[in-house]
Design a binder for this molecule. Structure first.
Ligand code: MN
Length: 203
């Protein structure tokens, strides 16, 4: 068995939703090549429970975590990050209102940008997919609201295989006062908020 293809990795994404009804991307462009650094997105998803979806582009898909409180710039904050199904690359700039069904609610692009994989093992850089498989990845984000290094660690807290922890690395971009998840709730793409989208007609 070789590594899974993006199509294979998106099987769970596609099984969970009917994209022709929800208006979400179906991932048909998941394997489209692009130049430069891998990308990341943080989406603010006002669903049954408000949360932030943090996604990193890795090998043709968006590796994803739902972070209930969202990322913090304070290295003292440990944020629960629940690993969810890989998403297609065309989810990167998805905003809208998802109707009844899985994930029903509104989604805005809260932050978007590129990242560098900083993960080292025994002082040597390792690929993002390998770092994830080992349960620890350190990335430097180049976004509008988020910058500097963040670390994801697979904690399996409470015996839940999906539980990871997201922590700001203590670097120049760490900030113990600024709380963008409270004070900057608009989309970096459109300036819209989740509540602006509640009035949207469904697709
Ligand atoms: Mn979500």
């Amino acid at each position: 068995m070789g590594p899974m293809t993006p199509d294979e990795r998106l099987r769970s994404y596609r099984l969970k939703r009917r994209t022709e009804q929800s208006g979400e991307p179906n991932g048909s462009s998941a394997t489209a090549p692009h130049e430069g650094l891998p990308r990341f997105v943080v989406q603010r998803h006002d669903a049954r429970n408000l949360h932030f979806d943090v996604r990193l582009e890795v090998d043709g898909v968006l590796v994803s975590w739902a972070v209930p409180k969202g990322p913090s710039l304070n290295p003292a904050d440990k944020r629960l990050a629940h690993r969810t199904e890989d998403h297609p690359l065309d989810y990167l700039d998805f905003e809208g209102r998802i109707g009844e069904g899985y994930g029903a609610g509104t989604v805005i692009v809260w932050d978007i940008g590129t990242y560098d994989n900083l993960t080292l093992v025994d002082g040597e850089p390792i690929a993002a997919a390998h770092a994830l498989a080992k349960g620890h990845i350190k990335v430097e984000l180049h976004g509008h609201k988020l910058s500097g290094a963040f670390a994801f660690t697979h904690t399996r807290m409470g015996g839940d295989e999906a539980n990871w922890m997201l922590v700001k690395v203590d670097d120049d971009a760490a900030d113990r006062r600024r709380r963008p998840t409270s004070t900057q709730n608009e989309s970096v793409l459109t300036g819209l908020t989740n509540s602006d989208l509640e009035a949207d007609p469904l697709p």
